[in-house]
Design a protein around this ligand. Sequence first.
Ligand SMILES: [Zn+2]
Ligand SMILES: [Zn+2]
Ligand SMILES: [Zn+2]
Length: 169
Amino acid sequence: MTKQDLQSHQYGARHNHDHCIDTALATAETLCVQQGQRLTKVRRRALELIWESHRPLGAYQLLAKLAEEGFNSAPPTVYRALDFLLGAGLIHKVESMNAYLGCSHADKAHKGYFLICDECHNVMEFDYQDIHAALIAKAAQQGFELRAETIELTGLCAKCKANSAGANP
Ligand SMILES: [Zn+2]
Ligand SMILES: [Zn+2]
Ligand SMILES: [Zn+2]
């Protein structure tokens, strides 16, 4: 991946995405050891590919990338790797995009709250578990048992907002 690709994949303010990837992989290694699981080659590579950007990756895109690299990319292998990563809390499924996103705080139990940019399709995970407690309480007032595991909010990210402001002064 070229430097330019990396930059175009950044969300929000400029940041060092290599750092995101390194942190995610280090967390994955630690969690797998703690859980007595093995981060096999295909699981690790799938996680790396999902972490290539902050734009969620679909199962078929992942399958194609793994195939290019000579992995066994039969759909069951790829889905098993995705199931493992989901089960270990290392990735989230963004339902509205039918795609997978690397989790940036996999070592903490949490629900998935996502800010999805309509423009660049980058997704930012944010961590406001108090919102979840408030939603459960409000829903309960209506006699409703909330079961949602993810909350997906769409809008415009900081970078796209800045770009559109620059284009229309
Ligand atoms: Zn990043
Ligand atoms: Zn997460
Ligand atoms: Zn954006």
